[in-house]
Design a protein around this ligand. Structure first.
Ligand code: ADP
Ligand code: MG
Length: 341
């Protein structure tokens, strides 16, 4: 007798789910990205108990047909790529086709969706008894994904989940960052049936930046207008002037091709630009939006897709640093040399 077992699909799925779904905020991220991929311009998020009891994301995007609903929950089922090479011309967040499958493996999930073409809107519950998986509901275009009792069947994961307020804080931070970078989308976030954030009436990056970060940024935001740093490489940034600083990097946010990424390397470019303007150990509040040709960007490094690799950084990094420094410098000069009345 050999010693190698083939794991059952259920066990294999639970293991794979662990790589994508670590805590409530991982679910919120995947569902938010799916809603944006679906072209939604209104996204509502309802959470209960820090997301552990309920995460419900409702969008008015393209929706799914009845036939597609079960497929959406299959592993490696995606409408976003059909060929490996499509990965290098990616214009969507998704491509793995794993999020919904993973989420449904570790929670009680359902999806309600309607498209412009189909008359009926269906609620689909994966894993339900045959004959009970579909329910016709009031027609509306868009999708609502409901995720209840996260990790109810994975006690080991549950142990790593922290307090309700910590988990909610993580979700709220992700929500705020995306809501700021996507001013054309209206977002609302509620927790335990209380509305926490709404972007209604806040339609610019500046408004949302101040609203989500803090009021001390009002009147203290600098703007680097969109520039082409190198062929096909664009940058736009908003950042606090040198009078408003933080004691950590938590408010330094970077998006690459519409995706929020954690990049120490890119943060360093911004920090270097502030060098001599702010004291050591102080950091700006900033939002940098970088756009690079999809074939120079690798997002397939980690399942959570928060790490990216960009080819040829030397081509544009020093130019970006110079441009950001220029914006800070011009603001300082304007303050120092006020023209005599
Ligand atoms: P991926 O985003 O990598 O394709 P997911 O598991 O997140 O994988 O979703 C699987 C598929 O389900 C998507 O490719 C898309 O076709 C569909 N889908 C998921 N969420 C939505 C949504 N909010 N609106 C429309 N379609 C969706
Ligand atoms: Mg997805």
């Amino acid at each position: 007798m050999g010693q190698i077992n083939i794991l059952s699909p259920q066990i294999a799925n639970k293991i794979a789910a662990g790589e994508v779904i670590e805590r409530p905020v991982s679910v919120v991220k995947e569902l938010l990205e799916n809603a944006i991929d679906a072209g939604a311009d209104t996204i509502d998020i309802q959470l209960q108990a820090g997301g552990m009891r309920l995460i419900q994301v409702t969008d008015n995007g393209s929706g799914m047909t009845k036939d597609d609903l079960p497929l959406a929950f299959e592993r490696h089922a995606t409408s976003k790529i059909s060929d490996f090479n499509d990965l290098f011309a990616l214009h969507s967040f998704g491509f793995r086709g794993e999020a919904l499958a993973s989420i449904a493996t570790v929670s009680q999930a359902s999806a309600t969706s309607g498209t412009a073409k189909e008359e009926k809107t269906w609620k689909y519950t994966p894993g339900a008894n045959p004959g009970e998986a579909f329910e016709a509901v009031a027609p509306r275009q868009g999708t609502q994904i409901e995720v209840r009792n996260l990790f109810y069947n994975v006690p080991a994961r549950r142990k790593f989940v922290k307090s309700e307020s910590y988990e909610f804080g993580q979700c709220a931070e992700l929500f705020s960052v995306y809501a700021t970078a996507y001013p054309q989308v209206t977002f609302t976030l509620s927790h335990n049936n209380q509305l926490v954030y709404t972007t209604v009436g806040r339609d610019s990056v500046e408004d949302r930046f101040v609203y989500f970060r803090s009021a001390d940024l009002q009147g203290h935001l600098l703007h680097l207008e969109e520039v082409e740093l190198a062929p096909g490489i664009f940058a736009e940034a908003w950042m606090s002037d040198a009078s408003v600083t933080r004691n950590n990097r938590k408010e330094m946010t970077v998006f690459v091709n519409g995706r929020w990424v954690k990049s120490k390397e890119i943060n360093t470019i911004i920090e270097n630009a502030y060098h001599t303007y702010i004291p050591k150990g102080r950091f700006p509040s900033s939002l940098l939006l970088l756009t690079v040709p999809p074939d120079t960007l690798d997002v397939n490094i980690h399942p959570a897709k928060t790490t990216v690799k960009i080819a040829h950084p030397g081509l544009w990094q020093s130019q970006l640093e110079d441009l950001v420094r220029d914006v800070i410098w011009k603001d300082r000069v304007a303050l120092t040399y006020t023209p005599a009345a």
